[in-house]
Design a protein around this ligand. Structure first.
Ligand code: G6P
Ligand code: ZN
Length: 545
């Protein structure tokens, strides 16, 4: 089979965001669009000759077609091997694991994560490096540079491969190895957690539900929870991946997974419930009558991880993204281990994990993970919670209350204003940046709150010294409450303004409050300060998590 080189005109705007290139599916489906981006990735990594890649995605619309294109281009350009999930499926954490286990040079993961799928919804592609984690900023910047001038791509003129049959097939001179997407991942989970203790818990009558949201974790959760741990059939809901996620929004939060939340809040709900997102890296944790915020989940996991076999060793440190609440820092302090505050985006944890500086990481955006892979991992978080519950033998609610009584409670909520006018959102951020120096000492809101400090978060990576500026506006108030404002890096329409609100209540304070009520003065103060409502024309957030 002879490689063919075809001419291309570069496309504008192929700039990888927080997590790869994410666009409307129809944008990706334009003639040459995917090819231009894939060629730019290949160019940025100095070619693929002789290399091995993992390729797979969350199964959304255009997943299968895009994989065929990637395989042809990799084969035409001399790659040695591509390891592909059966039917093109691989959850993001499973892909990360495969890259590591198989010592691949990198991976191409097709996903727009928690964004809806379908021809009129979203698609995405990201490149992960050999440690299994998302390409760091230096690499994504090199890709973006390539996209500006890419003028041709090389591919094969070959028929589509059958991705449903396990085993090896040749594509030109490249070997395509089609693997079961679950096997290696399930083996890793079995090493980390006490499956016997969790099985005994379930056999003893503990009830649980897992909502796969019609997305990629269905097969993983069914194999592990129902198959290996003996949970009854039906424990996994919406467990068959579909190209449009059952026309849903595969984002595991109280808005988009409302049926699950309603179930767990009802009198006859299960003891434990959880959900994951489109590509399986996010998680939501619920217990009977209680929602655990991702920030609290990270803190609870850090405080209890030693109860699981894989984490009996001392934790090296805990890392959280800047907008994530400071609850995990309080645990780290008590444990006498390091805590790190990074910009939003899992890629910033990679160096800390590789250098052995952090063991657990988490983000307010429903991401939790550890050094077992280099992505956040939804099912991993579920299994660690189950392992802890199996050891402690108390309810989720009791674990949470006990945690707050020990460390105090960080009331926390994120308010999202979605698809607002991008120019208005950017103007608001620019105005705030210009005023930063004048803010300390200013009183805002009613009752008035005094701003103690204000800055734009800038991060210096403690491992490689790289600096990332402008990562979000931080407002610290005199009463130790905090607000963070930033624009989302993952949206595909207009701008999404995220306002992160938190207020600390010490262990002997009021731990039983309702979250939004506890944060309403802070929310009003932020609105008064930024003019958010007038500027965006919205009188309330679209989503509060
Ligand atoms: C993706 C990344 C996360 C990040 C999140 C934030 O899910 O994998 O690491 O926290 O995006 O996205 P945002 O829309 O707030 O930029
Ligand atoms: Zn995701």
């Amino acid at each position: 089979m002879t490689p063919i080189t075809r001419a291309l005109t570069p496309f504008d705007g192929q700039k990888p965001g927080t997590s790869g290139l994410r666009k409307k599916t129809r944008v990706f489906m334009q003639k040459g669009y995917l090819e231009a981006f894939v060629q730019s990735i290949f160019n940025a990594i100095e070619g693929v000759a002789g290399k091995t890649f993992v390729v797979g995605g969350d199964g959304r619309f255009f997943n299968a077609e895009a994989i065929q294109t990637i395989l042809r281009m990799a084969a035409a350009q001399g790659a040695a091997r591509c390891i592909v999930g059966q039917n093109g499926l691989l959850s993001t954490p499973a892909a990360s694991n495969l890259i590591r286990q198989r010592k691949a040079n990198g991976g191409l993961i097709l996903s727009a994560s928690h964004n809806p799928g379908g021809i009129d919804a979203d698609f995405g592609l990201k490149y992960n490096i050999s440690n299994g984690g998302p390409a760091p900023e230096g690499v994504t910047a090199a890709m973006f540079e390539q996209t500006k001038t890419v003028s041709e791509y090389t591919t094969l003129d070959s028929a589509d491969l059958d991705l449903s049959a396990l085993g090896e097939v040749a594509l030109g001179d490249m070997t395509v190895e089609i693997v079961d997407p679950v096997t290696d991942y399930a083996a890793l989970m079995k090493e980390l957690f006490d499956f016997k203790a969790i099985s005994d818990l379930i056999a003893g009558g503990f009830t649980l539900r897992f909502d796969a949201m019609h997305a990629v974790t269905g097969p993983y959760a069914t194999a592990i929870l129902e198959g290996m741990l003996g949970a009854p059939k039906g424990t996994v809901m919406n467990g068959t991946p579909s190209v449009d996620f059952g026309k849903g929004h595969p984002d595991p939060n109280p808005i988009w997974a409302k049926p699950l939340v309603d179930l767990v809040m009802s009198d006859d709900g299960p003891d434990f419930a959880a959900a994951s997102d489109g590509d399986g890296d996010r998680n939501m944790i619920l217990g009977k009558g209680v929602y655990v915020t991702p920030s609290d989940s990270l803190a609870v996991l850090a405080a209890n991880a030693h109860l699981a076999p894989g984490y009996k060793r001392d934790l090296a440190g805990v890392a959280r993204s800047m907008p994530t609440s400071r609850a995990a820092d309080r645990v780290a302090e008590k444990l006498g281990i390091a805590s790190f505050e990074t910009p939003t985006g899992w890629k910033f944890f990679g160096n800390l994990l590789d250098a052995g500086k952090a063991t657990l990481c988490g983000e307010e955006s429903a991401g939790t993970g550890s050094d077992h892979v280099r992505e956040k991992d939804g099912l991993w978080a579920v299994l660690l919670w189950l392992n802890i519950l199996a050891e402690r033998k108390v309810s989720v609610k009791d674990i949470l209350n006990d945690h707050w009584q020990t460390y105090g409670r960080d009331y926390y909520s994120r308010h999202d204003y979605e698809a607002v006018d991008a120019a208005a959102a950017e103007a608001m951020m620019a105005d705030m940046n210009a005023r930063l120096g004048d803010l300390p000492g200013t009183e805002v809101g009613d009752p008035p709150k005094t701003i103690a400090a204000a800055d734009q978060f800038s991060y210096t990576d403690p491992v490689d010294g790289s600096v990332s500026n402008n990562q979000g506006l931080r407002l610290l108030f005199a009463d130790d409450s905090r607000a963070v404002i930033r624009l989302s890096g993952t949206g595909t329409e207009g701008a999404t303004v995220r306002v992160y609100l938190e207020r600390y209540e010490p262990a002997n304070g009021d731990l039983e409050g309702e979250t939004q009520a506890a944060l309403s003065d802070l929310a009003k103060a932020v609105n008064a300060l930024t003019g958010l409502s007038e500027r965006t024309g919205r009188d309330a957030p679209d989503v509060m998590t």
